[in-house]
Design a protein around this ligand. Structure first.
Ligand SMILES: [Zn+2]
Length: 247
């Protein structure tokens, strides 16, 4: 396939007049291969985002979502598709995701949009959890409220999750197992949050963590699994809230 044919093949994605050029670590062929693999799963991610938006978990352009294409080339640097900054999450399309590599750097030289501000946390998750291919970050009202009730000086801490049937969906062996979710203090400085997370990866009991007064991060080996985790975390947050009301 010559370069012109390649360009026409991906024209609907790279809507520019000249051939797209990649960051030094990537080739145009990789750009095409990744996009071909990613576009269907990204369409599913967009559907999930609409569902989360309708639940009130991604309001006012908040939250961010990403998808990592699995590659067998061990020399290829990490890259993933992440939502561009400031988009309405109730109306996303696959073209709204920026192909991004480490340090929030777009893989295409012509990219003029900015990846989401929290891109570095997505990168940290993909780096420390190799099985993760989808990361969902929602500004959940319940997790925002519950985490706000904790004294900031006590963070990071593992917040106990209710020992109920649904906790099995996060990996508990039985409904009596007591798991906890990591809660971190919020910060506008993403490198600070990445550094706070660094010593915690080995101790995480569930596929997710909460930023105080901010929201939930969770992930999965597919969009389906990440969505399931979002829903289970939300169910458990409901239970924690009801517990607070009755105490
Ligand atoms: Zn956020």
């Amino acid at each position: 396939m010559n370069r012109l044919t390649l360009y026409y093949a991906i024209e609907s994605f790279f809507t520019m007049m000249s051939l797209p050029t990649t960051a030094p670590s990537f080739t145009l062929e990789q750009a095409l291969a990744h996009w071909k693999t990613a576009k269907d799963e990204l369409a599913t991610v967009c559907q999930h985002a609409k569902g989360f938006y309708n639940q009130g978990w991604l309001m006012g352009t908040s939250g961010n979502l990403s998808y990592k294409v699995a590659t067998t080339d061990t020399n290829e640097p990490l890259s993933f598709y992440v939502t561009a900054s400031g988009l309405d999450k109730g109306n996303l399309s696959p073209a709204d995701f920026i192909w991004t590599t480490t340090n929030a750097t777009p893989c295409l030289a012509e990219e003029t949009r900015k990846p989401s501000a929290e891109c570095l946390l997505h990168e940290a998750i993909y780096t420390h959890v190799p099985s993760a291919t989808v990361v969902y970050h929602i500004h959940s009202p319940l997790w925002t409220f519950i985490s706000s009730q904790l004294p900031t000086e006590s963070l990071p801490l593992g917040l106990g999750l209710p020992a109920i049937e649904m906790v099995k969906g996060l990996g508990a062996g039985s409904h009596t197992e007591q798991l906890s979710v990591l809660v971190l203090p919020n910060s506008q400085a993403m490198p600070e949050l990445v550094a706070l997370l660094a010593p915690q990866w080995e101790q995480l009991q569930v596929s997710g963590f909460v930023l105080q007064g901010h929201g939930l991060y969770t992930w999965g080996g597919s969009a389906f699994e990440a969505k399931r985790h979002v829903e289970i975390f939300e169910f458990l947050a409901n239970q924690l809230y009801f517990q607070q009301l009755t105490n």
